[in-house]
Design a protein around this ligand. Structure first.
Ligand code: SF4
Length: 375
């Protein structure tokens, strides 16, 4: 996918998609899919379609700091162009250090021109942590430190989106002993709207949905206490996991490759962090919706949680401070309730029902908020 498509700011997203060979039917299918990812009722699909047909596309400046560039890779690795990819392509990403054609001073000019021309209207996507130790010398681009570039670029942005756990919370670069003093964007920016899209990497479908929400409602979606949009992080991996019935039944994999593993039983004992991790991985999935880590037989590592590397135990160790449920449904409810702060703890409700409620309550609030803005 090229990120150097010539941008015509007055051209609507729908028109740009059509000019790229996307049919009207595919465009409507895309709007329906985005409605689903945003966890909105299907009646919002025409509203989204109408908005995308007329909305002006926001310019995007994508900054890469201290990370593996995995978030850039995640949408570059697709096998064939999808509407989602085209949306990100056509969004007019004016500056992307990893893959842009321009280099050196020309590249920096792109960034500065976009900032000048679209003051207050452009979106900044940040990938990677920001090192603060020793005056920020551990990440320097064009003679400027990451922290200086971030503050300069974000100053007049309409919004800042963190792509991946490193930019959201510091991620792996901030893992103990954190020799470079790495931090997340939220630790250094407090004067601009900020949305965290953690994950290692972030799921590009969620980024697309976030942009679509912004273009449709001219506002950012409701977020949780970690600054993550509720549509993508409003429920736990555990609540929507296809292995959940085995958890409730006390059926666990005990060893990699054993009979239980082959049968697709629960990976909790193998270190799955799903009960403490908020993300919609199981719903949106990866590789064109083909699969996701737990579906492929590996436990969730908790990558969308702050400081997961230091606080959730080893990749293959059971979650600390949580007792293994002994096949009791009430115990499963308590497990979830204790983690997400629901008042359902101790209520003898079916565990799966508790999971559904954990997902719907914040989404309901989000829908209510959106409906209040509707004409
Ligand atoms: S512990 Fe992991 S594998 Fe088991 S049900 Fe929960 S999320 Fe799925």
């Amino acid at each position: 996918m090229s990120l150097t498509v010539e941008r015509n700011p007055s051209e609507s997203l729908a028109r740009a998609l059509l000019s790229q060979g996307v049919s009207r039917r595919d465009f409507m299918k895309f709007c329906t899919a985005m409605t689903a990812v945003l966890a909105l009722p299907v009646r919002y699909t025409p509203r989204i379609a109408q908005a995308l047909e007329t909305a002006v596309r926001p310019p995007v400046i994508w900054l890469n700091f201290q990370d593996c560039a995995g978030n850039s890779e995640s949408f570059l690795r697709a096998n064939h162009p999808t509407v989602s990819e085209l949306v990100l392509d056509i969004l007019s990403i004016d500056y992307q250090e990893v893959i842009m054609a321009a280099a050196g001073h020309y590249a920096e000019e792109n960034r500065l021109n976009t900032m000048r021309e679209y003051k207050g209207k452009y979106i900044v996507v940040v990938e990677g942590a920001i090192p603060l130790a020793d005056d920020g010398i551990y990440c320097v681009i064009g003679g400027h430190t990451a922290i200086d570039i971030l503050k300069e670029t974000a100053k007049d942005a309409a919004a800042v989106i963190t792509a991946g756990t490193c930019s959201a919370y510091g991620g792996i670069p901030a893992a103990a002993p954190n020799p470079t003093g790495a931090v997340g964007v939220r630790d250094v920016l407090n004067n601009v709207p900020l949305i965290n899209m953690p994950g290692c990497p972030m799921n590009v479908q969620n980024l697309t949905a976030l942009i679509v929400h912004y273009m449709t409602f001219n506002s950012l979606p409701a977020v949780d206490h970690e600054g993550r949009p509720l549509f993508a992080y409003g429920s736990r991996i555990h609540d929507d996991c296809e292995r959940r019935a085995h958890f409730d039944a006390g059926q666990f994999v005990e060893e990699w490759g054993d009979e239980a593993h082959r049968k697709g039983w629960c990976l909790y004992k193998m270190g799955c962090k799903g009960p403490q991790t908020a993300h919609n991985c199981s719903m949106v999935r990866w590789n064109d919706g083909m699969s996701w880590p737990v579906g492929a037989g590996h436990g969730c590592v908790g990558c969308s949680e702050p400081h997961f590397w230091d606080t959730m135990g080893g990749l293959y160790e059971r979650l600390p401070h949580v007792q293994l449920p002994v096949g009791a449904e009430v115990t499963a409810s308590q497990l979830g309730a204790g983690i997400v702060g629901l008042a359902a703890a101790g209520i003898a409700t079916h565990a799966v029902a508790s999971g559904i409620r954990a997902k719907l309550d914040p989404i309901d609030r989000e829908v209510t908020k959106v409906e209040e803005k509707m004409p």
